[in-house]
Every structure is written in structure tokens, then in C-alpha cells.
Write a new protein. Structure first.
Ligand code: TRP
Length: 328
């Protein structure tokens, strides 16, 4: 039997950080290397247009994200890596799905509400975002979609739309399932009650950061009052965040980490964490630096991936068009 199809995408909207890595990319690489799936990983550039940026920035963000994909270990020989906007069927299917999507479903999306859905000036793309995402997924008959829990509601819509289309026009789409994996909560180094995010650069370790930058940020991380190092997410959120990060990268389990640091102070923990992060991403930095010097490699990867995705998507959109009666 053919391996199940797996798809996921990331928006090109700025530098990736530890939260992005541990929440998505690390998982993409292990799913790819498990050999259990036919993997498609794309750059969700159309989605990213819902946020303000300049054409120059956008072009750069796209190239950077492909370089990130490759530098973390996504392998174009094993996975199809492509650019969403280069496959027109994504937009076409999104439009068709729009016509069977009730406004109410989109109005109650948490992400839409959080991003100012009520405002008159909010762009329609932000409203329609989940429908485009459904198109991304359904176009490839994807069975498995690794996403963070913030995207579960969107995935549920993709399932609903697949069912609705199938019952209206006959079996066409596969109902995709989310793939949730244990993801450590990565909080901001300067505010452990907030998610790590590029909007708080001081508390955010970017994958591209140099060892010096990493050391500086980790050194400045806030800590908790009592000086002993133990894992207690409720009463010691700051130290627990540092320990979770350490464990996520070193592979140490929490009891072993507590043992390792039992006679040490906070600054020793920070130094250990900074070194762990810096060493973990050393191969990433080297690979990315090499890719920056050879943008042709990135172009080649995208060209091949785009062609592969295009072939599958073009076939599927023809089937869809026939089903709804607009093509022969
Ligand atoms: N909305 C996703 C995110 O922000 C990105 C995305 C777009 C996606 N299309 C997708 C993820 C299709 C999985 C499948 O994380």
C-alpha cells in the first residue's frame, strides 16, 4: 500500500526561533526520516500576505525559509519542498471551497478573532485564511497534518469542508487528521508567562543567532526568587522554562536534569543552556551560511518541488472542476 500523504507549511514572515523549531521543524525532520509518509512541506507565502510586508522583504523571507528547511535537515530527496504561490490550484480550490463555507464558521475562528477580526480594516485574507489552508491540505489528498494546537480549529474546518464537498458532489477529498506530538512549551526568556515570539526579541533565541548572541540572551533571562534549581512549572516558571529548553535539546529527562544541576546556581544553569543551544545549532549555522553563498541551490530545490506539487495539484483541481460542472 502507498504510504500516507503528510503535508504541512510554515509562513515566511521573519526569522525562525527556538519555539518554531521545537514546535514544528524538528518534528518535520523526524517525520520525514521515519520513512512512514510521503512528505510535502511548503512555504505558505500566500498566507503570509495577510500580514504587512514589502515585496523585497517577502522575497527574502521566502529564500530564508527554504534555507532554514534545508539547514535543519529537510531533504529534497525525501520530501517535496515547494512554494504555495507557485501552484495556482491552491488559490483556485480556495475559491471553490469559499462557496461552500458558511461565514459563521470563519467568524468564530480564534486566530481570526485574536488578530482583530472585528475591525473594519481587517483584510479579508485574514478572514479567509482557514479556507486557503483547507485547500492546501485537500489538494494533495493529505491524510496526516502535523500542526500545533493553535491550528487544530483550522484543521477541523478542512475536515468539515471535505465532508461537505464529498456529500454534495460525490467522494472527492480525503478527510485529513491532525498529528499532534508532544511539544515543549517554549516561553519568552524575558517573560516566562508569554510564548517565545519575535515580537519580544530580547527573550527570543533565533536559529540564526551567533553563540555570542545566544549567551547574551540566556544570561539576561529572568529567573525565580528561590535559588535552587528544580522543575516546578507553577512556582518556578522561569527556571522551569530554561530546564525544558535544555532538556528538549539535550534529550535529558527532567529528573536527570535536576540531578545534574542540583549543586549549581542559576548562572551555571544559564551557561550550560547557552552552550547547549549554541552547540545544537552549530551544524545548522554552518549549513545555512553555505546555502547563503549558493542561492542557486535553493532555487533548484524549489523548482523541482514546485514541478512535483504542480503535477499532483493540477490533476486534482481538474477532477474538482469536473465534479462541480465547470470543466468537461
Ligand atoms: N496556518 C499554518 C500556521 O500558521 C500554516 C499553514 C498554512 C499550514 N497552510 C497549511 C499548516 C496547511 C499545515 C497545513 O502554522
Amino acid at each position: 500500500m502507498a504510504k500516507p500523504i503528510l503535508i504541512s507549511g510554515i509562513q515566511p514572515s521573519g526569522k525562525l526561533h527556538l519555539g518554531n523549531y521545537l514546535g514544528a521543524l524538528k518534528n518535520f525532520v523526524s517525520l520525514q526520516n521515519s520513512g512512514r509518509y510521503q512528505c510535502f512541506f511548503f512555504i505558505a507565502d500566500l498566507h503570509s500576505l495577510t500580514e504587512e510586508s514589502t515585496p523585497k522583504e517577502k522575497a527574502k523571507q521566502i529564500m530564508e525559509l527554504v534555507a532554514d528547511y534545508l539547514a535543519v535537515g529537510l531533504d529534497p530527496k525525501k520530501s517535496t519542498i515547494f512554494l504555495q504561490s507557485s501552484v495556482p490550484a491552491h488559490s483556485e480550490l480556495a475559491w471553490i471551497l469559499n462557496t461552500i463555507t458558511p461565514m459563521g464558521e470563519l467568524k468564530r475562528m480564534t486566530q481570526f478573532k485574536d488578530k482583530g477580526g472585528e475591525a473594519e480594516t481587517t483584510n479579508v485574507g485574514l478572514f479567509d485564511y482557514p479556507v486557503l489552508m483547507a485547500a492546501d491540505i485537500l489538494l494533495y489528498d493529505s491524510q496526516v497534518v502535523p500542526v500545533g494546537d493553535d491550528q487544530l480549529q483550522h484543521l477541523e474546518l478542512a475536515r468539515t469542508l471535505a465532508r461537505k464537498f464529498n456529500s454534495k458532489f460525490g467522494k472527492t477529498f480525503v478527510e485529513p487528521k491532525p498529528l499532534l506530538t508532544e511539544i515543549p512549551r517554549v516561553m519568552s526568556l524575558d517573560a516566562p508567562d508569554k510564548k517565545m515570539s519575535k515580537s519580544r526579541p530580547g527573550g527570543c533565541v533565533f536559529l540564526d543567532d551567533s553563540p555570542e548572541e545566544i549567551k547574551e540572551k540566556v544570561k539576561r533571562a529572568v529567573t525565580d526568587s528561590e535559588s535552587v534549581i528544580r522543575y516546578d512549572a507553577k512556582n518556578k516558571p522561569a527556571i522551569s522554562n530554561l530546564m525544558r529548553l535544555y532538556g528538549a535539546l539535550s534529550g535529558d529527562l527532567m529528573p536527570d536534569l535536576e540531578k545534574k544541576f542540583q549543586n549549581m546556581n542559576y548562572s551555571e544553569l544559564k551557561l550550560g543552556l547557552a552552550n547547549t543551544i549554541a552547540n545544537y545549532f552549530a551544524p545548522f549555522r554552518a549549513k545555512k551560511a553555505a546555502l547563503r553563498k549558493q542561492p542557486k541551490i535553493i532555487e533548484k530545490v524549489l523548482k523541482a518541488g514546485n514541478a512535483k506539487a504542480q503535477k499532483i495539484a493540477a490533476k486534482k483541481i481538474e477532477v474538482v472542476k469536473k465534479k462541480i460542472g465547470v470543466a468537461k
